[in-house]
Design a protein around this ligand. Structure first.
Ligand SMILES: [Cu+2]
Length: 75
């Protein structure tokens, strides 16, 4: 079981940002997958059952980007 989380993220300017952010988020406990798109300013995360969405947002901030919005898509 996984839940898809879509975050609006400000601050990405290139594909390097996408890779850096996605790699940082993948290291959060319980995260199954993460992909970022700097042209849309979006981070998509697949959360396992034990993952904490707040930890994802905290990791985004640690990586130097800002979460500006969030939408939990239907699975
Ligand atoms: Cu960049």
């Amino acid at each position: 079981m996984s839940e898809r989380l879509v975050l609006e993220v400000q601050g990405m300017t290139c594909t390097g940002c996408e890779q850096r952010l996605a790699a940082a988020v993948r290291r959060v406990e319980g995260i199954l997958a993460a992909t970022a798109d700097h042209t849309k300013g979006v981070l998509e995360v697949a959360l396992g059952s034990e993952a904490d969405p707040a930890a994802v947002a905290a990791r985004v901030a640690e990586a130097g980007y800002a979460v500006t919005g969030r939408s939990e898509a239907r699975s």
